[in-house]
Ligand binder design. Structure first.
Ligand SMILES: Nc1ncnc2c1ncn2[C@@H]1O[C@H](COP(=O)(O)OP(=O)(O)OP(=O)(O)O)[C@@H](O)[C@H]1O
Ligand SMILES: [Mg+2]
Length: 409
């Protein structure tokens, strides 16, 4: 039955309008500072990735290498791990990746159990996908992933009991490797937010012992820790066994080219473009810091007036306060509020000095001896508010953070 003429016209108009709306509707915001980058959208870090690949290669060829990925908050550690996870899987490795925070470890025993449970989950997944050879699948059907030290009544408190736990844990891992080595080329364990582990007394040395012994017996395990780890920095000047075992790799801010690539790659999925001046401005203001850069781009895209399809300097200028609000609430405020009143005062003093000071200047200003000032400065460096730029010289980690400190209580 034919539609009446007026209804036909109404439907046609409705459809034309819908097509036009779909054509010109803006795609969802491609920038999300709160989540790590997907490996497909991962930008730059060519040298660091090739260092990871070299270490992975050594591990696969039975000369195990472990790494520590370090860097300030938001510098891209989790994104880097996700990319390395993807690369290692492409090399036919079994990869387990988790965050120490999600693991909630309080002791070395917790950590060992958690690693074994994660391997068990991954092995089960691989068995279901028939990614393991039949002999391996049969072996794991009866393999007990649990460490049964509790059955022997051992409490892991003393050094002696810790070494028993070390042997039990290593034996499990060794057996796992023997039975998976015909199905994969290596087992990579990636632990994000590993500063939690650093705080468990003896845990890093424990891991080093276990994994270096596994390496000696040619089990292809690679351990990658990532986080705001203090040990590589504290020990870099010494001949530290930890820094030697966990080859430290520090992530830095993006270069101008990397920043531009990030913005343009993300915008590709939308109809929005960014002109060169705006891209340069975002890089300059963010200093190429991945989180700050992504946050600025996010706010800019979110506030682009309807009907505009190009990020321009005029938009940037118009929403500058909104960028400030976003960064202060989501990032700087969280960092700053965690500080003690004394470290806040110290940071305020440094901000008033232009953001950069020497250790001697701080001691002179606060009229306190080196021994009192040093732990406070160390605390600020470990927490991420300060960075050491050269021997005895410190800088507030970001200019926008400095501005926040100057304007906050
Ligand atoms: N190489 C990269 N390519 C694309 N985006 C990146 C890259 N590195 C970081 N980012 C972006 O920067 C932001 C922060 O990255 P990420 O969460 O990985 O940092 P992080 O160092 O793990 O932070 P945190 O210290 O809070 O754990 C995210 O929005 C992420 O998408
Ligand atoms: Mg992270």
């Amino acid at each position: 039955m034919a539609l009446p003429k007026d209804k036909y016209l109404k439907y046609t108009l409705f459809y034309i309008l819908r097509i036009l709306m779909m054509k010109y509707a803006r795609a969802p915001n491609p920038f999300n500072p709160r989540i790590p980058s997907h490996p497909d959208g991962f930008i730059g870090r060519e040298n660091e990735l090739s260092e990871f690949s070299n270490c992975l290669n050594s591990t696969i060829h039975s000369s195990t290498m472990s790494m520590a990925i370090v860097g300030n908050r938001g510098i891209g550690k989790s994104s880097f791990l996700a990319k390395c996870d993807y690369l290692a899987k492409n090399r036919n490795c079994i990869v387990i990746r988790f965050s120490s925070i999600e693991g909630g470890f309080e002791s070395i025993e917790d950590l060992c159990s958690y690693i074994l449970v994660q391997i068990q989950n991954e092995v089960t997944k691989r068995s279901k996908l028939a990614l393991l050879k039949k002999s391996a699948i049969d072996f794991f059907k009866t393999f007990n992933f649990k460490i049964s030290y509790k059955e022997f009544g051992i409490e892991v408190k003393t050094k002696a009991s810790q070494s028993i736990l070390q042997s039990l844990f290593r034996e499990k891992l060794s057996e796992i490797w023997k039975n998976t080595s015909n199905s994969c080329s290596g087992i990579v364990i990636m632990i994000d937010e590993a500063e939690v582990i650093e705080k468990i007394p003896g845990a890093l040395m424990f891991l080093r012992e276990v994994f270096s012994r596994l390496g000696e017996e040619k089990s292809s395990y690679m351990l990658v820790l990532s986080g705001k780890l203090a040990f590589p920095q504290q020990m870099s000047e010494k001949f530290s066994p930890l820094a030697r075992f966990f080859h430290p790799l520090e992530l830095h801010n993006f270069t101008k080219q990397e920043s531009a690539l990030l913005i343009r790659t993300k915008l590709k999925s939308t109809k929005v473009k960014a002109d060169d001046k705006t891209v340069a401005k975002i890089h300059e203001e963010s200093e190429g810091h991945p989180y700050v850069l992504t946050a600025i781009a996010y706010v800019l895209y979110e506030n682009l007036p309807e009907g505009d399809y190009e990020l321009l300097l005029k938009h940037y200028d118009a929403i500058k306060p909104k960028i400030g609000n976003y960064l202060n609430t989501d990032y700087f405020g969280i960092m700053y509020r965690k500080l003690s009143p004394t470290t806040k005062l110290l940071l305020k003093y440094i901000a008033h000095q232009g953001g950069k000071v020497t250790f001697a200047e701080i001691c002179k200003a606060v009229k306190k001896p080196k021994g009192t000032v040093s732990p406070l400065v160390t605390q600020l460096v470990e927490q991420g508010s300060l960075v050491k730029i050269e021997r005895g010289t410190y800088k507030i980690f970001h200019n926008l953070y400095k501005e926040y400190i100057l304007t906050t209580e």
